[in-house]
Design a protein around this ligand. Structure first.
Ligand SMILES: Nc1ncnc2c1ncn2[C@@H]1O[C@H](COP(=O)(O)OP(=O)(O)O)[C@@H](O)[C@H]1O
Ligand SMILES: [Mg+2]
Length: 368
């Protein structure tokens, strides 16, 4: 992997995802002495007044200042020692010395092999006079739990991707390919940060159409060949974030393959990407090209990309078909976009991160 250690890559790609998280967060490395901060995002810098360079390498406890005798600190350290998720409210101090009440949710991140990679902490200020739009502790907790759940799933997917990638022999392209895969995941956060629309009233629901078209244009732009045209046509298609992330990664793999392999020895080419809502909840992703054609057995045959896609197709409960001939190839992915019933229509999300952690769910990628 280009001389970069697996763990470094893990944090590097993790950062790419976390930079877009719209909530104050820290990432700590429990595999280093005293569990130091390895990353904070911009929202953390704004909340605490500390810059990233001032805090990376330190244990989070400096935020308590002199106020070290807090019952909740003991609750927190016990949970960290036990590698369990925990939520507490601490009296913390900003860089300018002003105190604030910090609602903090910490959660361990394990990879599919059960190895502990990181703790993710999300912070939100508890205001003494809550604004009317519902900054109650419950509302804060819902928001944090939501974000936590999503980030943990992504970090676990990243951990699995890093592991698979390091076992696959992709030479010096390894890091680029991994970055592209991670990039597809991080784009999902752009969909969350948009104001909720009438058709998508729930926290954990994203427009898969918007996301897929963003993934497609990003992958296309990275490739950058002007004589290969990509047309994109999507329905909004509202989905939960986890299956949407799987769909985004699949789209990225298939489209990258088309750009890399379909037009070998050709000057020009045409690619169409579409995501269409059919009858009921049926959704179809289609990626077609007028290139040289490919094996209709893909992804049963193929390389790492094929293994990643096979695993994701299974997780999504989808069906993948390839049709190919002298006129080019079409890859079709059919699945249901059913929204999870644990989401209520009033905008609250019912499944808590703690429940997820208890059930031991870990998104798995193939080959593990
Ligand atoms: N759209 C396509 N047109 C032509 N060949 C393709 C296309 N998509 C995939 N392939 C073929 O399938 C192979 C396997 O793809 P994949 O499993 O993603 O591995 P990789 O991209 O690393 O070679 C490619 O090497 C290529 O030969
Ligand atoms: Mg590929």
């Amino acid at each position: 992997m280009d001389g970069i250690k697996g763990e470094d890559i893990y944090f590097r790609v993790g950062e790419a995802i976390l930079a877009n998280v719209p909530l104050s967060m820290v990432l700590t490395d429990p595999n280093q002495v005293d569990n130091p901060i390895v990353y904070v995002n911009g929202a953390f810098e704004r909340l605490t007044g500390y810059s990233a360079s001032a805090v990376v390498g330190r244990n989070c406890r400096f935020l308590q200042g002199d106020d070290v005798d807090q019952e909740e600190i003991r609750v927190l350290s016990d949970a960290i020692a036990a590698r369990e998720p925990v939520t507490v409210t601490l009296r913390n101090t900003r860089a300018d010395g002003k105190p604030f009440r910090n609602r903090l949710m910490i959660s361990p991140v394990f990879d599919a092999n059960g190895d502990l990679h990181a703790f993710v902490g999300l912070q939100s200020e508890v205001l003494s006079t809550p604004p009317r739009d519902g900054h109650s502790v419950t509302a804060i907790d819902d928001r944090i739990a939501e974000m936590q759940h999503r980030m943990k799933n992504h970090l676990q997917m990243v951990a699995s991707l890093v592991r698979m990638q390091s076992h696959a022999d992709e030479g010096s392209h390894g890091y680029d390919l991994l970055s592209r895969r991670i990039n597809a995941l991080s784009l999902l956060y752009d969909e969350f940060s948009r104001p909720p629309q009438a058709q998508a009233p729930r926290y954990d629901v994203v427009s898969a159409g918007g996301y897929v078209s963003r993934v497609a244009s990003t992958v296309g732009a990275l490739d950058g060949r002007r004589d290969i045209r990509i047309s994109i046509d999507v329905d909004p298609v509202y989905m939960r974030s986890e299956p949407a992330a799987q769909l985004g990664l699949i789209t990225s793999e298939i489209l990258s393959n088309t750009l890399q392999h379909a037009f070998v020895g050709r000057e020009e080419g045409m690619i169409s990407v579409s995501l269409k809502q059919g009858g009921g909840d049926r959704v179809r992703l289609s990626v077609s090209d007028d290139g040289i054609g490919m094996s209709e057995d893909w992804p049963k045959t193929g390389n790492l990309g094929a293994r990643i896609v096979s695993g994701l197709v299974r997780q999504l409960g989808a069906e993948l078909k390839v049709a190919s001939g002298s006129g080019g190839s079409v890859v079709l992915l059919d699945f249901d976009s059913v929204l999870d019933t644990s989401l209520e229509g009033d905008g609250t999300r019912v499944v808590s991160d703690a429940e997820g952690a208890r059930s031991g769910e870990t998104p798995r990628l193939p080959g593990e």
